[in-house]
Design a protein around this ligand. Sequence first.
Ligand SMILES: [Zn+2]
Length: 193
Amino acid sequence: MPNVLELFKSSGALLEGHFKLTSGKHSDVYYEKFTILKQPRICEQVCVEMAKLFENDKVELVVGPTTGGIIIAYEVAKYLGLNSIYAEADPGGKGRVFKRGFHIDEGTRVLIVDDVLTTGGSIFEVIELVKSYKAEIVGIGEFLDRSGGKVKFDYPFKALATVDANAWEPENCPLCKKDIPITQRGSRKFQTA
Ligand SMILES: [Zn+2]
């Protein structure tokens, strides 16, 4: 098995430095998920490794949340010889819905996949949606667990790689205190704030 963590680092998906997260907190690690998702050959390799983690679990359907989860569910399902569907944000409220005629039969053995676990918010929404179809969740797979082990699921959870990422409120950020320039997330060039 290729070292997935090294692959994330060497491809530039996993960055170490000083970052402002969408939550407003500052962190010393940033995962730019589309660095992997935009490269089909690398993404496929990573998804094959994820599929192998669950290939003995008699999975019948792979489900992912938009946006990255669409690609990951598709690639994992392709390796396992299955179908994949994706859960979209409910335009009318909170949580997730299936559109496009997607449906899960009662009792279907479902694998839920996504790229990076931080708070687990989108995965918990997919879990609720899948449960509403009385399907059986047999596993949850992520490329990267950066939750520090804080997020717990009632289902078998496997991640291809784990990082210890610190996140601080800006006023408590030790990197700011050291005057380390902050990296604007998503920018091509590293800029100072
Ligand atoms: Zn900072």
